[in-house]
Design a binder for this molecule. Sequence first.
Ligand SMILES: Nc1nc2c(ncn2[C@@H]2O[C@H](COP(=O)(O)OP(=O)(O)O)[C@@H](O)[C@H]2O)c(=O)[nH]1
Ligand SMILES: [Mg+2]
Length: 259
Amino acid sequence: MSGRNPVLQEVLGIRPHLLVLNKMDLADPHQQSRVLEQLRQQGCSHVVFTECQRDTNVEKIVPLFAKLVSSSPRYHRAENAEYNIMVIGVPNVGKSSLINSLRRLHLKKGKATAVGGEPGVTKAVLTRIQVCETPLVYLLDTPGVLPPKLVSVETGMKLALCGAIRDHLVGEDIMADYLLYVLNRQQQFGYMERYGLPEASDNIRHVLKYVALTLGKTQKVKVLTGTGNVNMMMLNYSAAAYEFLRAFRAGHLGRVTLD
Ligand SMILES: Nc1nc2c(ncn2[C@@H]2O[C@H](COP(=O)(O)OP(=O)(O)O)[C@@H](O)[C@H]2O)c(=O)[nH]1
Ligand SMILES: [Mg+2]
């Protein structure tokens, strides 16, 4: 929901469209029905949850599309059915992965488009990629499209946590703090066990201390004192914050639905 672009929705208008909610493996399965209901209330009823690394539910997409297109009078062309589908979404949601997954499933072919964990891997709009023979379906990969203006700071934080905005633009420390707030609010306490915390905490510095200790993210620093130089071990908080975010994105802190 944070990543949906209201302007695009207007532009798309009557064109058949399907909302793909990818990375379902990272989201809380108990939130699925709530999410579907919320989307339905917004008039969005064609929704598929997918996981593109294991091709889960990806096989549903082309048949659903064929149905949507054929039931839309504007696109109803009996002969020479050839569909061009555009994949649109904020960076890092798995658009390129989805195309690769569709190709794997329908054409038994490998990678056609580069995939990356950082926003901005797909920079140019690529030529159309055939993903299916019957019906003949081409997909157009696109660079991620961010909403024209972020509705709120919280929306921005959620997008940043999902890797749609480059970390350094927001700051890993602030993102880690927001993430801890979300985890505690949703009572996802997987971080306690992972980093050996005796109890839940809403103090990010306290949590990052345990993260740094668990991972050995320490650094030697030379401290000048009156009696000479002393080497001291310091905790590397920024490395710890980075690890905390990385663990979240890999699903190690639990399956969390941010929206
Ligand atoms: N856990 C998980 N990761 C995924 C999934 N799909 C894609 N990814 C990962 O998300 C990152 C971004 O994928 P990419 O396809 O480049 O996203 P794009 O920017 O939207 O084209 C990559 O590291 C992918 O391996 C998924 O279903 N589950
Ligand atoms: Mg891409």
